[in-house]
Design a protein around this ligand. Structure first.
Ligand SMILES: Cc1ncc(COP(=O)(O)O)c(C=O)c1O
Length: 315
C-alpha cells in the first residue's frame, strides 16, 4: 500500500530550504552488509545545494539584528553554490546581490547566478579566489554603507544553519541509531555546525571531516586546509577524525552512485560517500554494525551548461 504524504504548502521558496530526505545506499556499501549508510540529499534544496542553508541563515540573522536591510547590497566572493544560493534568496526576498568571482569561472556559473538577477564583478583570474576576496574587501571599504559583506568563511550564521537544521534533521530521522557522521570541508560550515549538534547527543557519534588528499585537486567545493587560507569558522579540534580522499576516488564514487543507486551527485559528494563507505567497512570489521550518515552537497548537472546557454545555439 502506498502511504499518502501531504504536500507542503509554503509562503516562499525560502521556506523550502531544509527538511531534505535521507536515502539509504543499497549497493555501493555492500562490503559492509551489517552497517546502514545514508546520504542526506542536500541537492533537493530549492537552489540545488547544501549552501541554501547558510545563505538563508546569513541573510535572516543579519536582517534580524539590523546589519542588513533591502537598501543595502549583499556582496561576497563566491563562484560556486553559495553564489547561486545568495542569488536565489535575493530574488525571493527582493534585495540586490553582487558576486565577485575570477573572470575565468565557467560560463555556466555566471549564467545561473545572472538568471536569478545577481550582478557579477570579475576579479583578476591570476589571483584566484583570494583575489576575489581582496576585491570584495576593497569595494566594501570604499562604500561601507552601501554593502552588507556576507563573508561565508567567517560568518557564524553559516555553521549555525547546520547546528539548527542539518544536525537536528539527522537526529530526527535516525534517532539513536546513528554512530558515525561524515562530511567534507569547504568553508567547514556543514562539518562544524552539524558536528556541534551531534556531539551534544546522549550517545557518542563519531564525526569525520573529509579533505582532498592533494593540494591541487578536482573536488570542487572542498578545501585542502594545509595549503589554503583556513576559514575563521573552522575549529580543527572539533572533528574526531580527518579522512583524506583522492580526486580519482571521489570522481569514481560519483560515477558509481549514479549507475548503482540512481543518485546523480557532484564530485565532493562522491568523496563524502567514498569516505562513508570506508567508515562503514571499519564499523563492520570492528563492532559488526552501525549507521553512517553523509551529505550529497549538490547534483552533477550543476556542472553542465544551463538551458539558456543551449538556447542560444539550438533555437
Ligand atoms: C559542492 C560543494 N561541496 C562541498 C562544500 C563544502 O561545504 P561547507 O562550505 O559547508 O564546508 C561546498 C561548499 O561550498 C560545495 O559547494
Amino acid at each position: 500500500m502506498t502511504r499518502r504524504v501531504r504536500s507542503r504548502r509554503l509562503g516562499s521558496v525560502i521556506d523550502a530550504v531544509g527538511q531534505t530526505p535521507l536515502v539509504r545506499l543499497n549497493h555501493v556499501a555492500k562490503s559492509a552488509p551489517a552497517v546502514e549508510v545514508y546520504v542526506k540529499l542536500e541537492y533537493m534544496n530549492p537552489g540545488g545545494s547544501v549552501k541554501d542553508r547558510p545563505a538563508r541563515r546569513i541573510v535572516e540573522d543579519a536582517l534580524a539584528d539590523g546589519r542588513f536591510s533591502s537598501e543595502k547590497i549583499l556582496i561576497d566572493a563566491t563562484s560556486g553554490n553559495t553564489g547561486v544560493a545568495y542569488a536565489m534568496v535575493g530574488a525571493a526576498l527582493g534585495f540586490e546581490v553582487e558576486l565577485v568571482m575570477p573572470s575565468n569561472v565557467s560560463r555556466a556559473r555566471k549564467d545561473i547566478t545572472q538568471a536569478y538577477g545577481a550582478r557579477l564583478v570579475h576579479s583578476d583570474p591570476m589571483e584566484g579566489s583570494d583575489g576575489a576576496i581582496r576585491l570584495v574587501q576593497r569595494r566594501v571599504s570604499e562604500a561601507p554603507d552601501k554593502y552588507f559583506y556576507a563573508d561565508q568563511y567567517s560568518n557564524p550564521s553559516n555553521p549555525l544553519a547546520h547546528y539548527h537544521g542539518t544536525g537536528p534533521e539527522i537526529l530526527d530521522a535516525l534517532g539513536d541509531r546513528i554512530t558515525c557522521f561524515v562530511t567534507g570541508l569547504g568553508t567547514s560550515g556543514t562539518m562544524m555546525g552539524t558536528t556541534r549538534r551531534l556531539h551534544e547527543h546522549t550517545r557518542k557519534i563519531h564525526c569525520v571531516a573529509v579533505e582532498p588528499a592533494e593540494a591541487l585537486h578536482g573536488l570542487e567545493g572542498m578545501k585542502h586546509m594545509e595549503s589554503s587560507i583556513v576559514p575563521a569558522i573552522y575549529d580543527p579540534a572539533l572533528p574526531d577524525e580527518i579522512f583524506r580522499v583522492s580526486t580519482e576516488d571521489g570522481w569514481d564514487m560519483a560515477d558509481r552512485v549514479a549507475e548503482l543507486e540512481g543518485l546523480f551527485v557532484g564530485h565532493s559528494s562522491g568523496a563524502n560517500i567514498f569516505a562513508a563507505v570506508k567508515m562503514a567497512e571499519r564499523l563492520q570489521r570492528d563492532v559488526g554494525g552501525g549507521t553512517v550518515v553523509t551529505i550529497a552537497c549538490d547534483r552533477a548537472d550543476r556542472y553542465f551548461s544551463p538551458l539558456k546557454w543551449e538556447r542560444k545555439y539550438v533555437w
